[in-house]
Design a protein around this ligand. Structure first.
Ligand code: SPM
Length: 290
């Protein structure tokens, strides 16, 4: 699906059938980049209040002002859940923001990064240097490839796998299917864990139930974590986590003070709190073990 979003009188509005009837709008000063890649429409805006904004197929992926909320949680929640994460795989997230956060972890030895759309990486390197600096670490190996195929070809390789996908419309679709989750499990080493972009229980309870249902059926330990992201429609997104050993709900090791001082969102308290759900969401997911 190609959907450039809507521009009206200098306002960009994110209009998506997946969350019909609600939209977030940002005032934009300039369209800095707009091209269709092999896979999707890529737009990069200078916004009035939120710095630069990356939009794929009309859906906001990040703004410079609040991207730390998502990237820190997608990286540190799974990595601090594991006692010793050495080999990490990241699927998607061509902006490099999740990589930037993973690179803060000294115990990580190697990071495979797999992204289907090389153009997203190129555009991010050109326009979003504070995120794309994530690629400037010698531990990172970039694979431009379909993430679903990459995972199938790498059994028993990783301590932590992070899936920073876009939504289940467009090139990310296969990353929301049962087969992909089975392949993620096989790509883990014993005691490994996964963390996937898990959508919002406010906007798409059906997707959250589906993803947590799959996660519960495959992983003995599973949980859904909350993340506040003001510029995602609804202001909220979640992460589905599945573990072959680590408990997930509390950090498996301390967060060093020097490490904590670099962060703006994640902390050990936030780690625990992320799994505390509003009553309606807890009831909704009870059958799925959350
Ligand atoms: N590294 C940032 C990439 C962002 N990937 C996730 C984007 C999800 C956007 N849709 C949010 C929908 C909220 N209902």
């Amino acid at each position: 699906m190609t959907n450039p979003g809507t521009l009206h009188k200098g306002w960009f509005s994110e209009i998506c059938p997946m969350w019909d009837g609600i939209a977030i709008s940002l005032k934009v000063d300039e369209l800095l980049y707009s091209q269709k890649s092999r896979f999707q429409q890529i737009d990069l805006y200078q916004t009035r209040s939120h710095g630069r904004m990356l939009v794929l197929d009309g859906i906001i992926q990040l703004t410079e002002r609040d991207e730390f909320c998502y990237q820190e949680m997608m990286a540190h929640l799974p990595l601090f859940s594991h006692p010793q994460p050495e080999n990490v795989l990241v699927i998607g997230g061509g902006d490099g923001g999740v990589l930037r956060e993973i690179n803060r972890h000294d115990n990580v030895c190697a990071i495979d990064f797999c992204e289907i759309d090389e153009e997203v990486v190129k555009v991010s390197k050109q326009f979003l240097p504070t995120l794309a600096c994530g690629f400037d670490d010698s531990r990172v190996t970039v694979h431009i490839k379909d993430g679903a195929a990459f995972v199938r070809e790498h059994p028993n390789c990783y301590d932590v796998i992070i899936v920073d996908s876009s939504d289940p419309v467009g090139p990310g679709e296969a990353l929301f299917e049962n087969q992909f989750y089975q392949d993620l499990k096989h790509a883990l080493k014993p005691g490994g864990l996964i963390a996937t972009q898990g959508e919002s229980f406010f906007l798409h309870p059906d997707w959250v139930e589906k993803l947590m249902g799959i996660t519960r059926s495959l992983f003995p330990i599973h949980a859904y974590a909350n993340i506040i992201v003001p510029t995602y429609t609804g202001g909220h997104i979640g992460m589905c986590m599945g573990s072959l050993g680590p408990k997930l709900l509390v950090p498996a090791r301390p967060v060093p003070e020097a490490f904590q001082s670099q962060l703006k969102y994640y902390s050990p308290v936030v780690h625990r709190a992320a799994f505390v759900l509003p009553s309606f969401a807890e009831k909704m997911l009870k059958g799925n073990g959350v």
